[in-house]
Write a protein that binds this ligand. Structure first.
Ligand code: GTP
Ligand code: MG
Length: 368
């Protein structure tokens, strides 16, 4: 689903965000400038100002041909699980408890700033977890999270119940057609009311198995480490049903989760491999940039020679910072990577320089 933030749309239309917010209010929508609206709303809104919305994808015109599966035997791959939910409902704490490492304590102010990605060895197989922030400014990140995921774990605090970002997370998961497992968290709190959460979510179409529906609800306390094994079992069970497989032999393809500048190491990108095997020395295109994989690290910072499907890894050797959600693809030769990258950069420059009155949603990923 294409979306654009109100501020970005206003910028492209050469208007003040407050103007659009006022207009949207007149249409019965209460939004802030950092919130996103969908393409249909943007189209209606733009037409009020005689502007047209074009939804274009930069990558449509510069397709890198994927290697076909051919006669390759597809092998099992670990599920990619995204943790979503309202701010402060305990997503990071849950993930932290599951991997028994101390991520939450290191987070400034306790708010997750970046999407985090970790693989956990469960004894019954690996599971890759992606953390997402619940803050309302991060809609886009949750939308992207839902796109690269096999299963969404929706964390709902039992003392707080269903909140706006809970609903938004459900919508993202539904849009991406991803099954949802509900983790009813903070059951240790005296004011916890798991039944209320079940009722509220039933009203949104997530009916607990216990009530004859098909959604798994697991009561947990991330703080007291209660119910986490049951949650993992539910995830593994759901993953089994999905029969997740991938080609491990082809050139690697995946998605960028985030990129950042690391002092001493240069540009570092976290990517998740979706198919194929990524190796040190591979030439690739990530978003509009090309490069050669100089080094691969796993989520514990250990150096690897290669990465296989569903693995989140950090790579070094980038010539620019790709955006979260950008496609990542290994190319046959370095020359192809460079050619595609320069073509994409040219297209992007062209899009950026287009008449400002002509509204485009192409640079969606730049909006936050
Ligand atoms: P954002 O990333 O900001 O959206 O928040 P989050 O969902 O990741 O929440 P986080 O894990 O940072 O937890 C928020 C607060 O709730 C912290 O103070 C946690 O210690 C507390 N918390 C999380 N899980 C539990 C729980 O099971 N019980 C209790 N009592 N507190 C919890
Ligand atoms: Mg968090």
């Amino acid at each position: 689903m294409e979306t654009i933030s109100v501020s970005e749309l206003a910028r492209k239309m050469n208007l003040k965000a407050s103007e659009l917010i006022g207009k949207l209010m007149g249409m019965g929508m209460m939004v802030t400038m950092n919130q996103s609206i969908d393409a249909d709303t943007a189209t209606i809104l733009a037409s009020e100002y005689d502007c047209t919305v074009h939804i274009v994808s930069l990558y449509d015109e510069t397709v890198i041909e994927s290697e076909s599966d051919g006669s390759v035997e597809l092998l099992h791959r670990p599920p990619v699980v995204t943790i979503m939910g309202h701010v402060d409902h305990g997503k990071t704490k849950t993930l932290d408890a599951i991997r028994s490492a101390n991520v939450a304590a290191g987070e400034f102010g306790g708010i997750t700033q970046h999407i985090g990605a970790y693989t956990v060895e469960t004894g019954k197989g690996k599971v890759t977890f992606l953390d997402t922030p619940g803050h309302e400014a991060f809609t886009m990140m949750r939308a992207r999270g839902a796109e690269i995921t096999d299963i969404v774990v929706l964390v709902v605090a039992a003392d707080d119940g269903v909140m706006p970002q809970t609903i938004e997370a459900i919508n993202h998961a539904k849009d991406a057609k991803v099954p949802i497992i509900v983790a009813v968290n903070k059951i240790d709190k005296p004011e916890a009311n798991p039944d209320k959460v079940m009722t509220q979510l039933s009203e949104r179409g997530l009916i607990p198995e216990a009530w004859g529906g098909d959604t798994i609800f697991v009561p947990i306390s991330a703080l007291q480490k209660v119910g986490l094994d049951t949650l993992l079992d539910a995830i593994l069970l759901q993953a089994e049903v999905l029969e997740l497989t991938a080609n491990y032999e082809c050139r690697a393809e995946g998605k960028v989760i985030e990129s950042r500048i690391d002092h001493g190491r240069g540009i570092v990108a976290t990517i998740i491999v979706e198919r194929g095997t990524l190796r040190t020395g591979d030439s690739y295109v990530a978003g509009v940039f090309s490069g050669r994989v100089r080094a691969i690290f796993n989520d514990r910072g250990e150096k690897l020679e290669e990465a296989t499907p569903s693995m989140p890894v950090e790579i070094l050797g980038l010539e620019g910072m790709p955006n979260a959600g950008d496609p990542f693809q290994v190319t046959e030769t370095e020359r192809i990577a460079r050619q595609i990258s320069s073509k994409r950069q040219e297209l992007k420059r062209f899009e950026n320089s287009r008449n400002i009155k002509k509204v485009t949603l192409d640079n969606l990923y730049d909006t936050i």
